[in-house]
Design a protein around this ligand. Structure first.
Ligand SMILES: [Zn+2]
Length: 230
């Protein structure tokens, strides 16, 4: 499912649909999104105009932008949807969850940046409502992110009532399982469990490959998640 090289990790199941989806590794700092992604694609022997690489000013919201053209200005939000060929949508993460959604029939791609704030703002149902596609035909890939064992939260996090079933006591500290929450959101919207593939990678435990905001105490470096419809 995952094809690792030095520079990036590709998610292979969508390649048959002419979709290039994946994640950059630490080779790229993710600070200059367009330059880094251009370089990734050069490595894949794909040339893509820089203005066709679309990313967001991420604000930990449930705002999702649909982009079917190239943009010079940088939009605000935490999700992107496109059906446009030759456009690459990109999300930056360092512990937050990159959620990739693809609908093979209509060749619709969606990428979400899901931190706990966006999760709380219900970005997943928002995305599925906007996509408005047959849920049992949607396919989901979950990239590297902070996993339960590393996702320590404080007592006041319990005030987020919708998260309570996903907060566990482990080693005498509270841990949040955001992945379990995301799975519940997807399944309650009728996406079959068999259509969801979780990489299982923890950004903190795999800090040699991916950036982790917590492990690197506030580092600005970001892992880039991308979907490109050829
Ligand atoms: Zn971990």
């Amino acid at each position: 499912m995952l094809n690792f090289s030095k520079n990036f990790c590709l998610y292979t199941p969508w390649q048959k649909h002419n979709v290039c989806a994946g994640i950059t590794t630490r080779t790229y700092e993710g600070l200059n999104v367009r330059a880094d992604i251009s370089d990734v694609f050069k490595n894949l022997k794909i040339s893509l105009p820089e203005q066709n690489i679309i990313y967001l000013k991420q604000i930990h919201s449930a705002i999702i932008q649909t982009v079917n053209t190239s943009y010079k200005t940088i939009l605000e939000g935490d999700g992107l949807i496109t059906t446009q060929q030759n456009v690459c949508i990109v999300i930056k993460t360092a512990d937050c969850v990159p959620v990739f959604i693809f609908h093979p029939k209509t060749k619709t791609a969606c990428l979400l940046h899901v931190g706990w704030r966006s999760a709380y703002a219900r970005i997943i149902p928002e995305a599925l409502n906007l996509l408005n596609l047959q849920a049992n035909e949607l396919e989901v890939f979950i990239g590297p992110c902070l996993r339960q064992e590393c996702f320590t939260v404080q007592e006041d996090f319990l005030e987020n009532i919708i998260f309570r079933p996903f907060i566990f006591k482990q080693d005498n500290t509270l841990k949040f399982n955001i992945i379990k929450f995301i799975f519940q959101e997807l399944i309650s919207k009728k996406i079959p469990l068999s259509n969801i593939y979780d990489s299982g990678i923890c950004s903190s435990c795999s800090n040699d490959k991916f950036f982790s905001h917590r492990k690197e105490t506030g580092s600005k470096l970001r892992t880039l998640s991308f979907i490109y419809l050829k």
